[in-house]
Each structure stands twice: as structure tokens, then as C-alpha cells.
Design a binder for this molecule. Structure first.
Ligand SMILES: [Zn+2]
Ligand SMILES: [Zn+2]
Length: 293
């Protein structure tokens, strides 16, 4: 599907594509503007369910809608397999099937590191805990919403769901964490939510940044801190990044710098943020900006 935009640079996203997220979010119709990042404007709703990035890093996805279930990443740390984010409770079964399809067993996932508390990234965690005894890590600022099942802070209300609460085993803070043969740097990047983190690691010779929803989308209902967002971007902007593993898309190589620059520009202007859309077999990422009202 190719979306065309008018002379003012605006486009209406077809309702069937983003209905819940944007067009009817909080009862208001949203108008979306496309930002030209040089990446093109081809947008397809279908996404791959699983994919190998390199021999120790895999995308796992439990559904066919990139927005209702965020991407999870399986990292093979040698002696241990971990997940970074774990999708939704509704997609748990499919997610496990996709882990198996990649040649791993979901029961091998003994730790899950969560980038922030949102439903689309975390609500499958209680099932991983129950079925496989996986230990859950999340930033200290967001232990409360997941343990209490706060459907506002976890954004579960966006999906008309209640949040399935679970106990957190380890509160993350800015530090470094060695798992198997991989050293993860935990970077606290509040903005989208108060306990958002990025994880930075070298995996099979590639420098990888896992950033959850660092791209944004603010709401008071999930306690976004706009003033902190730019500071958070500054914390990661000078990192050397070969693979940018976001919650809703993956960027590689020369796509990274332009994306980061446009993202920063938008945040500086205080009116927009990005949604990245992985498409088809190439898992390329395209950008749309949402205008805040
Ligand atoms: Zn989020
Ligand atoms: Zn998300």
C-alpha cells in the first residue's frame, strides 16, 4: 500500500491500518503528517513474525500487527538465552511457536529484560514466569505499574485490556549487566515513560541499541516526561550503533543517523514523534510523525 500525501505534506492513514492507535485515540481523530527522512513512504501492514538478525540476535513477534504487539528480541548469550521485551499475553502462544521455529525452546528463556512497562511490550511476562520461571527485569521506576496492574500507566487501556500484573525479580538502574558472554549497558532514558531504558551491547561484532519506545508518543496517562526526553536522546546520540533494535522497527547502517537526526528535530520542536514501520522481508523502517495537539 502506498500512502500519498497532499501538498501540505499531510496524509490520512487508512482507518483499517491504525484505527485504535491514532484515529480514535482518546476519542479524537488524529491527523498524521509524514516526515521525509529519505527512507521512502511505502507502508505495508504485514510484518514478518520472526527473523534472524545475526547468529545471536533474533526478532520475535507474536502477531501480524506491529502496533498491538511490539517486537521482542531473543539474544543468545551463550550459556543463556534472554528476551528483550516479550510481547502481549494474547500473542504468547504464537510468540513461543516462533521461538521454536528459530530452533530455540521458549523454556530456555530464563530472563526477560523489559524496556518499559507498556502492555504491548510486557504483558506476556506473567505467562513466561508461570510457564518457564523466567525472571523479570524492569527499571525501578516501573516496578509499581506492572506489579499493581495499572492499566493507565501500562497503556493497557489503549488496547481495551486490563494489565495482567506480575512480580518483578530485579529492578534495573543505570549500570552494566553481564549475561552469559554479553555485557549490556543499561541506559535510563525517561521521556516516553519515567522508567524507559535502552540497552546497548556488542552482539556478534555488531553494536546494538535496544530502545523500546524511545521514539516517543507522549501521554499524561502513562506519565510521559517531555522535559526529560531530549536529555535521554543526548545520552544515546553519540553511541556507535550498527543495529538499532526498536520496539516497533529495526534500523541498520546508513538509515540510523538520518532517523536519529529527524527524531531529535521533532522532539526539539515539541510537536511530533515517530512511529517506525518494519515492512516485508527486508524489515526496513519508515517514519511517520504524529502531530501532538
Ligand atoms: Zn510504550
Ligand atoms: Zn510500544
Amino acid at each position: 500500500m502506498i500512502l500519498r500525501w497532499d501538498k501540505k505534506g499531510r496524509v490520512r492513514i487508512p482507518e483499517n491500518l491504525f484505527k485504535k492507535y491514532f484515529l480514535t485515540f482518546e476519542g479524537k481523530e488524529k491527523e498524521l503528517s509524514l516526515v521525509d527522512t529519505g527512507a521512502g513512504l511505502l507502508i505495508r501492514p504485514e510484518t514478518r513474525l520472526e527473523s534472524k538478525i545475526n547468529s545471536a540476535l533474533y526478532i520475535i513477534h507474536g502477531g501480524n500487527n506491529i502496533f498491538t504487539c511490539a517486537l521482542s528480541y531473543l539474544v543468545d548469550c551463550g550459556s543463556e538465552k534472554i528476551l528483550i521485551d516479550c510481547g502481549t499475553d494474547l500473542q504468547f502462544k504464537k510468540l513461543c511457536e516462533n521461538i521454536t521455529a528459530l530452533g530455540f525452546s521458549p523454556g530456555e528463556v530464563k530472563r526477560i529484560l523489559l524496556t518499559h512497562c507498556h502492555y504491548d511490550h510486557t504483558s506476556g511476562a506473567y505467562l513466561f514466569k508461570k510457564e518457564f520461571g523466567s525472571e523479570i527485569y524492569i527499571h525501578g521506576n516501573e516496578v509499581e505499574p506492572v506489579e499493581k496492574g495499572d492499566s493507565e500507566w501500562t497503556a493497557a487501556f489503549v488496547y481495551s485490556r486490563s494489565f495482567p500484573s506480575f512480580k518483578v525479580d530485579h529492578a534495573l538502574e543505570e549500570s552494566s549487566l553481564k549475561i552469559g558472554n554479553i555485557q549490556f549497558q543499561i541506559i535510563h532514558t525517561p521521556g516516553h515513560t519515567p522508567g524507559s531504558v535502552c540497552l546497548y551491547a556488542e552482539i556478534e561484532g555488531s553494536k546494538v541499541l535496544f530502545s523500546g519506545d524511545l521514539w516517543g508518543w507522549y501521554s499524561k496517562r502513562w506519565k510521559s516526561i517531555l522535559e526529560e526526553h531530549l536529555k535521554s536522546i543526548r545520552k544515546i546520540e553519540n553511541l556507535e550503533i550498527d543495529i538499532w533494535a526498536q520496539g516497533h522497527g529495526v534500523l541498520k547502517g546508513d538509515k540510523i543517523k538520518p532517523f536519529l537526526a529527524s527524531m531529535k528535530r521533532c522532539i526539539e520542536n515539541g510537536i511530533m514523534t515517530f512511529v517506525s514501520i518494519p515492512t516485508g522481508a527486508e524489515i526496513e523502517t519508515y517514519n511517520i510523525a504524529i502531530k501532538y495537539e
